[in-house]
Design a protein around this ligand. Structure first.
Ligand code: SAM
Ligand code: SF4
Length: 349
């Protein structure tokens, strides 16, 4: 057990760029007593690297079909009640056009692992976006694919790839996924993406069923090994039509504490204030931003299908989640001392 002064010292040395030992990290993760101190250290670190800038990403949810069966996700193939759709190339380009007019310079194309999305389809979409909007970045988040597929998508112009590792612990991974999925493959995909040249994002859910503090420490250690450009974490939120439908939500306070810890350990990282955090309570978005987060991802998905992309129940789909509310988002940011930036918002490493 670490004493209070030892924990405080560990936070100060983390803010000075030192790597805490596992027991210090576990103690900081487990206590809410230092949240104010962590948040203010994290904010000063983020201001040194990113000033008061917050980057906006236009999120386009391109398909709610998925061949996988992650136990936590409402899009899982086994959810017969899920409403399915996939966007056409034209619909994706129309969303980008609207996003560009609203001032977005990054589009995040996210979806389930939809077998319909062949390399040639996605390459065509990506190269069309890059041709029409050459000053914009394209981020993909469409799950695990072959090395050759990641390479083809990169060569077509994709700049970034988001693939959360979900949990870095094998035994925990097995509790969250069916036998057909493997943590080893997930990790290999992440290292392949890095090798190819993508700006890579990873991360994990906070409070996923059976998660322990030791699992969270392993997640942080895995991120240190991967050294990603982007780190996305958000609380687990149950979906009633999944095997985890009766579990509780992850803690928003713990998620925000972890955002601060991640900011101290990864000063350069692009860290979003996620939708799941704001779904638990709207004020969490601001709390995440003043505690180290520097990205928000408003939704650009066509309104007629937006509600069908139901990863978890109660997912926010209006107000500040919506790309169309960009002026309100800017006002909210100004209100808490930050500035929305209309640029690609690349990592500053
Ligand atoms: N299929 C791709 C993948 O799995 O990487 C991208 C889409 S997936 C819906 C995006 C992220 O949603 C996952 O990485 C996971 O962390 C998160 N997610 C899934 N189910 C969730 C839940 N019930 N609560 C919170 N986040 C969840
Ligand atoms: Fe599919 Fe991703 Fe959901 Fe897993 S988390 S079921 S891969 S959409």
């Amino acid at each position: 057990m670490l004493s209070n002064s030892e924990i405080s010292e560990a936070i100060k040395s983390m803010a000075a760029g030192k790597n805490p030992c596992d027991s210090a990290l576990a103690a900081i993760v487990s206590s809410s007593d230092y949240d104010g101190e962590l948040a203010s250290c994290a904010d000063s670190v983020r201001r040194k690297v990113y000033s008061d800038e917050v980057y906006l990403r236009g999120l386009i949810e391109i398909s709610s079909y998925c061949r996988n069966n992650c136990f936590y996700c409402g899009l899982r193939a086994g959810n017969a009640k899920a409403l399915r759709y996939r966007l056409s190339k034209d619909e994706i380009l129309t969303a980008c056009k609207e996003g560009c007019e609203l001032g977005f310079r990054t589009f995040v194309l996210q979806g389930g692992e939809d077998p319909y999305f062949s390399d040639s389809f996605i390459c065509d979409v990506v190269s069309s976006i890059k041709r029409l909007y050459p000053d914009c970045a394209v981020t993909l988040s469409i799950g695990e694919r072959e090395y050759s597929s990641y390479k083809a998508l990169f060569d077509a112009g994709a700049d970034r790839y988001l693939l959360r590792h979900e949990t870095a612990d094998d035994a925990h991974y097995r509790k969250l996924h069916p036998e057909s999925m493997s943590l080893q493959n997930r990790k290999e995909c992440l290292f392949a993406l890095k090798e190819i040249g993508y700006q890579v994002g990873s991360g994990f859910m906070v409070g996923s069923p059976y998660q322990t503090v030791e699992n969270i420490v392993s997640d942080i250690r895995f991120l240190q090994e991967l050294s990603p450009d982007m780190i996305g974490i958000g609380p687990f939120i149950p979906h009633r039509n999944t095997p985890f439908g009766s579990f509780s939500c992850g803690s928003a306070d713990l998620t925000i504490r972890l955002i601060s810890i991640l900011r101290l350990l990864f000063p350069y990282a692009l860290i979003p204030a996620t939708t799941s955090l704001a779904t638990i309570a709207e004020e969490n978005r601001k709390k995440a931003l003043i505690s180290g987060a520097n990205v928000i991802m408003p939704n650009l998905t066509p309104l007629k299908v937006r509600k069908k992309y139901e990863i978890y129940n109660r997912k926010l789909s209006s107000s500040l989640e919506s790309a169309q509310a960009v002026e309100s988002i800017k006002a909210m940011l100004a209100d808490i001392g930050y500035r929305a930036v209309s640029s690609r918002g690349d990592v500053k490493r």
